[in-house]
Ligand binder design. Sequence first.
Ligand SMILES: NC(=O)C1=CN([C@@H]2O[C@H](COP(=O)(O)OP(=O)(O)OC[C@H]3O[C@@H](n4cnc5c(N)ncnc54)[C@H](OP(=O)(O)O)[C@@H]3O)[C@@H](O)[C@H]2O)[C@@H](O)CC1
Ligand SMILES: Nc1ncnc2c1ncn2[C@@H]1O[C@H](COP(=O)(O)OP(=O)(O)O)[C@@H](O)[C@H]1O
Ligand SMILES: [Mg+2]
Length: 283
Amino acid sequence: MMVEITEDILTKVIKERKSATHKGNYGRILLIGGSENYGGAIIMSTEGAIAAGSGLVAVATHSMNLTALHARDPEAMYIDWRDHSLPNLVKNMDVIVCGPGLGTSAFATKVLVMLKDIISKKQTIVLDASALDLIAKDHELLPFNAGHIVLTPHQMEWQRLSQIRIPFQTDSANKTALNKLEAEGNIMLVLKSNHTHVYDEKGQVFINPIGNPGMATGGMGDTLAGIIGGFVAQFGPKIDSILAAVYIHSLAGDILYKSNYVVRPTVISKILPRLMKKYSGLN
Ligand SMILES: NC(=O)C1=CN([C@@H]2O[C@H](COP(=O)(O)OP(=O)(O)OC[C@H]3O[C@@H](n4cnc5c(N)ncnc54)[C@H](OP(=O)(O)O)[C@@H]3O)[C@@H](O)[C@H]2O)[C@@H](O)CC1
Ligand SMILES: Nc1ncnc2c1ncn2[C@@H]1O[C@H](COP(=O)(O)OP(=O)(O)O)[C@@H](O)[C@H]1O
Ligand SMILES: [Mg+2]
């Protein structure tokens, strides 16, 4: 059975903040990605995570991205992705987002091997873009020890990973492929398209009824990966957090599309805090 995601998910998930809290209560997230050519991808993910409200945001990227990252997002902490203390930082995180602009170099593969070794049951990992392409070539790179794994492929990335060609990506074929990947039944799949389908750990399928073609802009998925990570960090590693992230990303896109021919991913992040405020404290 397929369930449509509705606006209600936002009031259900987005909670009003309590006074006696601090940044440690809203989740720590580390985003890993951004090679020489794709620095923008990891910056857009970072903006999604910050706007979504993660308490602490850190970024591991190529050193050439440092100035641009800090100029745009001083809220984010930075580590050179070649720094030997990266594994220690990973250990202290609630959520890791890996892949936007990561590229598919030998070094990128090493990063995935390190994550697989280090990640633990207390953590959630969101795998996007290049990370998925590397895993498509070697399924052993999937970090099965994570408490929860969230895969966020677009249709071509899912084709590479599942071996199902795009026209044949039906819910039943996708669920079968997902079951084959799973060792522990801890994978959630966000299969992105004009109407994204989300598969939970029990095989339930959810469809996103909103969104628009103004959102067909490079960086839109990078931004979503950051928002998903931010929602999981803050609201917990549950399917509802992911559904709310997918829905609000498209809702922001639809609001902007009313008066803009093209929706810039960075502007989605810009309006996200205001939109979240509207839905908070209503439940
Ligand atoms: N500013 C930056 O730094 C940015 C950096 N980025 C980084 O670039 C890296 C490569 O990622 P990527 O997504 O650009 O390339 P790839 O995986 O080859 O996919 C494109 C191919 O798939 C096909 N396609 C079919 N269906 C599709 C669908 N529904 N949605 C999308 N595509 C679909 C499509 O077919 P076409 O119709 O164009 O022939 C095309 O052949 C990765 O690290 C990423 O993070 C980007 O995030 C952008 C902003
Ligand atoms: N025509 C469309 N209608 C609705 N949403 C779209 C459309 N085109 C793209 N999107 C959304 O934009 C995002 C694109 O993700 P992705 O292809 O990974 O982008 P990128 O890698 O460039 O950041 C997805 O969330 C997808 O649902
Ligand atoms: Mg992408």
